[in-house]
Design a protein around this ligand. Structure first.
Ligand SMILES: C[S@@+](CC[C@H](N)C(=O)[O-])C[C@H]1O[C@@H](n2cnc3c(N)ncnc32)[C@H](O)[C@@H]1O
Length: 183
């Protein structure tokens, strides 16, 4: 799927996605069926940090980063609809987060060595060129900055519909490497 198709798909999907998924506003979630930050403790002290979330979706993670003391939080997403949801949610939660529309492969709007933390949860699997995301992230991170990201484990894809539908009729091959298509 091209980035443009991706943007259009997430615009169409956003309202439904946000209505069916529960995404915590009291913990940083690391994706479906995964333990969150309170349990994993990978981020450390966020106080005073400048953070960027790539593929922020409905903004829940950016909002929690801000609630937990990050000084400056930017959420970037390719979908206008996801960002509309994120903006409304941040207002409701009374936190100050900047949401920007953009493609995470192109972070040219950000200066070199300008972030302490870049985080991306369950979003990097959607991009066309993951190498661009990694090299751009490396450029904008400060020398001791951290890049925390997670993507779905292949077993999640294999079992996705089985877990959702509580039926093991549809199980995909673990070693299938072609792109996963959703309608
Ligand atoms: C599964 S959602 C996850 C959203 C959020 N990180 C969360 O955990 O709730 C994936 C998000 O990635 C965004 N996305 C996909 N491709 C992107 C790209 N190339 N650049 C920026 N955002 C992208 C989508 O619009 C969508 O909001």
């Amino acid at each position: 799927m091209s980035n443009e198709e991706n943007r259009i798909s997430w615009n169409r999907f956003s309202e439904y996605y946000q209505s069916i998924k529960y995404i915590s506003l009291n913990d940083i979630h690391y994706g479906p069926y995964a333990p969150g930050e309170k349990e994993l403790k990978v981020l450390g002290d966020l106080k005073g940090l400048k953070c960027l979330e790539l593929g922020c979706g409905g903004g829940q993670i950016s909002i929690v980063l801000s609630k937990w003391g990050a000084e400056d939080v930017i959420g970037l997403d390719i979908s206008e609809k996801q960002l509309e949801y994120a903006q409304a949610l941040a207002k409701k939660e009374n936190v100050d987060v900047t949401f920007i529309r953009g493609n995470m492969e192109d972070l040219s709007k950000f200066n070199d060595s300008s972030f302490d933390l870049v985080i991306s949860v369950h979003a990097m699997s959607y991009v066309e060129d993951i190498n661009k995301v990694i090299s751009e992230t490396s450029r904008i991170l400060k020398a001791n900055g951290n890049f925390v990201f997670c993507v779905l484990h292949p077993i999640q894809i294999v079992l996705w519909e089985a877990l959702e539908e509580k039926s093991f009729d549809k199980i995909y091959p673990y070693f299938k490497t072609t792109r996963y298509k959703w309608d």
